[in-house]
Design a binder for this molecule. Structure first.
Ligand SMILES: Cc1cc2nc3c(=O)[nH]c(=O)nc-3n(C[C@H](O)[C@H](O)[C@H](O)COP(=O)(O)OP(=O)(O)OC[C@H]3O[C@@H](n4cnc5c(N)ncnc54)[C@H](O)[C@@H]3O)c2cc1C
Length: 293
C-alpha cells in the first residue's frame, strides 16, 4: 500500500479546510467513507501518496432523516444501517435491495451509498436505484452546499462531478408519492459477490385505476456511466405497466445502452440482458405500487 496520512475532521468546515489546504499546496487529499473501494485501490491500482480525509466523524454525514417531504441519507452511513432501517425499507425498497447486493455482510458494515456513487463505477449497484428515486447529491463546497441530481454526478468511468476541495455530504430523496413502487435487479455471472453484467432500477407511480402517472428508469453496467433512460419512462407513463409497456421500456433501455465486451459479457448480451431486467424490475415496481397505500 502507498504512503498516506490520515485525518478525521469533526465538522464540514474543518474537512473543507483540509481539502483546500492540500489543493493550494499541490498535495493530494482523498475522502474515505467505508474504504471498501479505496483501500483495495490503494493496495493495487494507485499507490501514490495522499492524505486520507475520513468523512465518518462529521455529524451531517451521519444524519439519517425520514421527513414527510424528504429523506436524507448522510454519506457516511453504511449499507448495513440502511438495510436494518424498516421505515426506509418500506419507503424505498428498491434502493435498499440495491444496497443489500453490495459485497457481503462484512462489506456492508462499511460500504456507503456515497462511496458507491463517488467511486463512479459504471456497474455501481446503488446508482441506478438512486437515480430512479430522484436522488440529489448534497455537496459540501467552499461557497456553501450545492446540489446535483444523481444522474449528473458520474461523468466518466471512475470520474465524478466533484471539483477540487468539494466532498459529498449526503443524498436527498423526495418522499415517494402514494402508490409508488421502486425495484432494482442486476445480473451477475456468479450467485453473489460479483460485478453486474447489467443492472436496472425502475420507479413507477400509479393512479387509483392502476395507470402509471410517473416513472423513472435507470440502468447500470451498460455504458461508461449509469444512465437515466427517459424513453423507457415515457413507454410506461399512461399505461398499466403491462407486458407491452414493459417490453417497450426494455427496448428503450437496449437502445440507450452502449456497453463494452469483457469477460462478463459481450455488447450484444448486455444489450439483451438490460431489457430483460427492465421488464422484470418494472413488474416488481408496479406490483409494489399496487400494494402501496
Ligand atoms: C468484496 C467486495 C464486493 C463488492 N461488491 C460490490 C457490489 O456487489 N456492487 C457494487 O456496486 N459495489 C461493490 N463493491 C464495491 C464497494 O464496496 C462499493 O462501491 C461501496 O459502496 C463503496 O463505498 P465505501 O463507503 O466503502 O467507499 P470508499 O471506498 O470509502 O470510497 C470510494 C471512493 O469514493 C470516494 N468517496 C467516498 N466517500 C466520499 C465522500 N463523502 N465525498 C467524496 N468522495 C468520497 C473515495 O475517495 C473513493 O474514491 C464491492 C467491494 C468489495 C471489496
Amino acid at each position: 500500500m502507498g504512503e498516506f496520512a490520515y485525518v478525521a475532521p469533526t465538522s464540514v468546515a474543518d474537512a473543507l479546510d483540509v481539502l483546500r489546504e492540500h489543493a493550494n499546496n499541490g498535495r493530494r487529499a482523498q475522502m474515505l467513507a467505508g474504504g471498501t473501494d479505496l483501500l483495495v485501490q490503494m493496495r493495487g491500482l494507485d499507490k501514490a501518496p495522499r492524505t486520507i480525509v475520513d468523512v465518518k466523524k462529521i455529524e451531517e454525514a451521519n444524519r439519517l432523516d425520514i421527513g414527510s417531504d424528504e429523506i436524507y441519507i448522510g454519506a457516511a452511513i453504511p449499507s448495513a444501517a440502511l438495510n436494518e432501517n424498516a421505515a426506509l425499507k418500506a419507503l424505498l425498497p428498491g434502493l435498499i435491495e440495491a444496497a443489500d447486493l453490495i459485497g457481503s455482510t462484512q462489506i456492508q458494515g462499511r460500504a456507503t451509498l456515497g462511496g458507491n456513487l463517488c467511486n463512479a463505477s459504471p456497474a455501481a449497484d446503488t446508482t441506478p436505484a438512486m437515480i430512479v428515486n430522484r436522488g440529489v447529491c448534497v455537496i459540501a463546497s467552499g461557497g456553501g452546499n450545492r446540489e446535483l441530481p444523481v444522474e449528473a454526478f458520474c461523468t466518466g468511468v471512475g470520474v465524478n462531478a466533484l471539483a477540487d476541495g468539494e466532498f459529498l455530504l449526503g443524498l436527498k430523496f423526495p418522499h415517494p408519492a402514494a402508490r409508488t413502487g421502486d425495484a432494482y435487479l442486476r445480473f451477475i455471472p456468479r450467485t453473489e459477490m460479483d460485478i453486474a453484467v447489467a443492472g436496472c432500477g425502475v420507479s413507477v407511480t400509479l393512479d387509483a385505476d392502476g395507470r402509471c402517472v410517473d416513472a423513472a428508469v435507470g440502468i447500470g453496467a451498460v455504458a461508461p456511466t449509469p444512465l437515466k433512460v427517459e424513453a423507457a419512462a415515457e413507454a410506461l407513463i399512461g399505461t398499466k405497466v403491462d407486458d407491452d409497456a414493459l417490453a417497450a421500456a426494455g427496448a428503450a433501455c437496449t437502445a440507450a445502452a452502449s456497453p463494452i465486451t469483457d469477460k462478463r459479457g459481450t455488447v450484444e448480451y448486455r444489450r439483451k440482458v438490460v431489457a430483460v431486467l427492465c421488464r422484470r424490475t418494472g413488474a416488481i415496481a408496479r406490483d409494489r405500487a399496487l400494494g402501496a397505500s
